[in-house]
Design a protein around this ligand. Structure first.
Ligand code: PGA
Length: 257
């Protein structure tokens, strides 16, 4: 069955407020020139969510996402941001990104708690999973991904699956320029879909969007998307360049049908 492609740009902590507005504007303008048949999500830092949302409003298929939320809705958590504080500006939110996990050491259970909060507030989660360099070296990719999916699937209702995305990101591929073998990525994505089918049925598994992330550029994206492989990509560096971002959108939607 057809799954709508999705391209997510994670701007991390790379841009000033002004640059965030300018790049959002440039992406929107460039996307006007192509027929967009995908969901395109831009995830700026918290302070720029509002201006980017203002810039993107009334653009069909173009959405704002946050990069993380705290696992509680409210409370004495200095420096943290709650789902309640982003829900008027964000349609999507990344959770479990390895750069967050490496600082907070959050468990899978906590990631699932965040997913529950997001769904409760009508925000669509993009859940990042994937193995470290050491785990890959020790041949533990399947074990790691299976373990992560087990916890996620235990904590999520079948009816929520169409509202979320799983992003498979080998942690060692993020920001490194080191690319995984496309066949191995496809096999891992098939494994994730199989695990979903075992728990929630083939129909639900067939509807779930699973994307790839890690050093994606316009030159390599075609190797990872389409067919039984990824339904889209999670971009870091490449999403900071409007022309490249939009070229990637074109390539992904051409491959994922
Ligand atoms: P990258 O980042 O594309 O710069 O490797 C990907 C990510 O952090 O999700």
């Amino acid at each position: 069955m057809g799954r709508k492609p999705i391209i997510v740009g994670n701007w991390k902590m790379e841009l000033s407020h002004k640059a965030a507005r300018e790049i959002a504007h440039a992406v929107k303008t460039l996307l006007h020139n192509i027929h967009v048949a995908a969901d395109v999500v831009i995830c700026p830092s918290f302070p720029s969510l509002g201006v980017v949302q203002e810039e993107l409003q009334r653009s069909e298929n173009l959405f704002v996402g946050a990069q993380n939320i705290h696992h509680e809705e409210k409370g004495a958590w200095t420096g943290e941001v709650s789902v309640v504080q982003i829900h008027s500006v964000a349609t999507w939110c990344i959770v479990g990104h390895s750069e967050v996990r490496s600082v907070t050491h959050e468990s899978e259970t906590l990631v699932v708690k965040k997913v529950g909060l997001l769904l409760k507030h009508g925000i669509k989660p993009i859940i990042c999973i994937g193995e470290t360099q050491e785990e890959k070296h020790d041949d533990l990719t399947i074990k790691k991904v299976t373990g992560q999916m087990d916890v996620i699937l235990q904590g999520i209702e079948r009816t929520s699956l169409p509202h979320l995305v799983i992003a498979y990101e080998p942690i060692w591929a993020i920001g490194s320029g080191v690319l995984p073998d496309p066949d191995t990525v496809c096999e891992t994505i098939l494994l994730i879909r199989k695990l979903v089918a075992e728990r929630h049925g083939q129909d639900s598994a067939d509807r779930l969007r699973i994307i790839y992330g890690g050093s994606v550029t316009k030159d390599n994206v075609g190797r990872y998307v389409g067919g039984p492989c990824a339904d889209g990509v999670l971009l870091g560096g490449a999403s900071l360049h409007p022309r490249e971002f939009v070229d990637i959108v074109s390539i992904v939607q051409e491959n994922v049908r």
